[in-house]
Design a protein around this ligand. Structure first.
Ligand SMILES: [Fe+2]
Length: 336
């Protein structure tokens, strides 16, 4: 490998060896609990879904798309998890990848991790591209810097606009609505040029955005923001589910809203408390399917009744219990 390649490749970077995260081992008595906790927040689930898209053209049936969301890259371990997710997505050979916001929690960690974040995302491999939107935390950090990093990594950021992608001689329309909580969402502007009869895949960080976009007839909506409810109690769900105005069931998974479906991804990272219980980080792997109108009234949610849905949902847990080490500099050091 040439010197130029060594510098360009963060995995083999000369910075990587001395920059490895320092890990403090917990006291012996707490190690079993610590191991369980680490697995819960690090072990990635790949959720396989037949995604029902209203009005999807036959030319786009069976396209594969992956979604990741809510990275909250605030520590080396979050970067390592993102790196593992990128590797897992590449193994799925997706046609498209969707990134649905909250990449950092705040300006300090954004500043620290922006370069390795960009380098890690630039490893994504797709047939037709990576499309991204921003979340509330991205606006609270720096929308400008994060947008620049995403674009440098090869992603297209859809801030209240849409993109037509020519696939199998038909246009697939991806609409990106900017974040709702930070008051940047402009659904009508995002749908500009999209005819009422045209099918679309809508990216919107917060599931509540559907309340303001339903009249624009989305084909399907992909969201994040809720982290899957963080803590999920069997037969009850998450105690945090009522934070959404749209309805309590939209905190996770595939749910019908009026005459279209919303998928809410559980995210990769954590915010504030590093806790997940029965709610592992998620990569969504979609196979696009036309929505059968006959099923629209009978289906409610995949979380409670997967057999009642138009799409098949299967979950595959990655064997790896720890994310791959990204070997990316832990901290940018000042050069004299
Ligand atoms: Fe969010």
């Amino acid at each position: 490998m040439s010197t130029a390649e060594l510098i360009a490749d963060p995995v083999h970077s000369k910075h990587a060896e001395h920059a490895r995260p320092r890990k403090r081992r917990p006291p012996l008595a707490l190690r079993p609990l610590h191991k369980i906790w680490r697995r819960t927040i690090d072990q990635l689930d790949v959720t396989r879904i037949d995604l029902p898209v209203r009005g999807l053209a036959d030319a786009h049936r069976n396209l594969v798309a992956c979604q990741i969301s809510d990275f909250h890259v605030d520590r080396d371990e979050d970067l390592a998890r993102l790196y593992a997710a990128v590797e897992a997505i590449n193994r799925e050979r997706p046609d498209l990848v969707f990134l649905t916001g909250d990449y950092f929690s705040g300006p300090d960690t954004m500043q620290r991790f922006l370069d390795p974040f960009r380098e890690t995302l630039s490893r994504l491999k797709t047939a037709y591209g990576v499309l991204a939107i921003l979340g509330n935390h991205d606006h609270w950090s720096s929308a400008e810097k994060i947008t620049a990093a995403l674009e440098a990594a090869g992603a297209e950021v859809l801030a209240n606009r849409n993109r037509r992608i020519r696939i199998n001689e038909r246009d697939l329309i991806v609409v990106g609505i900017d974040d709702l909580w930070s008051r940047h969402a402009e659904p009508a502007r995002a749908f500009a040029g999209v005819e009422p009869g045209e099918s679309s895949i809508v990216l919107a960080h917060n599931p509540d955005t559907a309340l303001y976009a339903r009249h624009l007839h989305p084909g399907v909506m992909l969201s994040g923001h809720t982290h899957g409810g963080v803590v999920r109690i069997p037969y009850y769900g998450s105690p945090l589910k009522s934070i959404l105005r749209i309805g309590k069931r939209f905190y996770s998974g595939l749910n019908q809203f009026e005459d279209f479906f919303i998928y809410t991804n559980r995210g990769l990272g954590t915010f504030w408390l590093r806790i997940r219980i029965n709610c592992r980080p998620e990569i969504s792997r979609f196979r696009l399917m036309p929505l059968d109108p006959a099923l629209i009234n009978s289906a409610k949610t995949t979380e409670a009744a997967p057999e009642a849905l138009p799409g098949e949902v299967r979950r595959r847990r990655l064997r790896r219990t720890k994310p791959a080490r990204p070997k990316i500099p832990r901290r940018r050091r000042k050069t004299r």
